[in-house]
Design a binder for this molecule. Sequence first.
Ligand SMILES: C[S@@+](CC[C@H](N)C(=O)[O-])C[C@H]1O[C@@H](n2cnc3c(N)ncnc32)[C@H](O)[C@@H]1O
Length: 145
Amino acid sequence: MEDEEIVADQVAYYRARAPSYDEWWQRCGAYDKGPEMAAEWDRQLDQVEEALRAFSVSGSVLELAGGTGWWTERLAQTADHLTVVASSPEVLEINRIRTARADVEYEVADLFAWVPRSSYDVVFFSFWLSHVPRQRCAAFWSMVR
Ligand SMILES: C[S@@+](CC[C@H](N)C(=O)[O-])C[C@H]1O[C@@H](n2cnc3c(N)ncnc32)[C@H](O)[C@@H]1O
């Protein structure tokens, strides 16, 4: 697959999958792999939450590929200003409801074409790097920088 096709495929996949993404996150329904796996998932989430707490996210914050908002919700608790970019309006609508902070700025965009209009104090992303095709890594990191 050419990387353009991979990117288009990923965009379409998350648009179609918006309603079921949270089942995956919550390890329920088809994603229920039993109590041990659920406990391990919770343990890892706790670790990341603790790291975020220790880092104390503040200032102007940018979240890339924010998805349905599991981390947006946490970032929104301490960020002075928060911008969330993702390619799927469907996931961002779920994110908006979950995060419930009126001044969060949402932008629907393909991150491989998106150009930031300002700089930020913090850039956050999760479950995203595996979606960056190898040939696009350098350009992606340069955009982050
Ligand atoms: C695995 S989800 C991660 C969502 C969220 N960060 C989380 O941890 O739950 C990947 C996200 O990347 C977004 N995405 C996929 N391709 C994208 C692209 N080319 N540009 C912007 N967002 C994209 C999808 O809409 C999806 O919300």
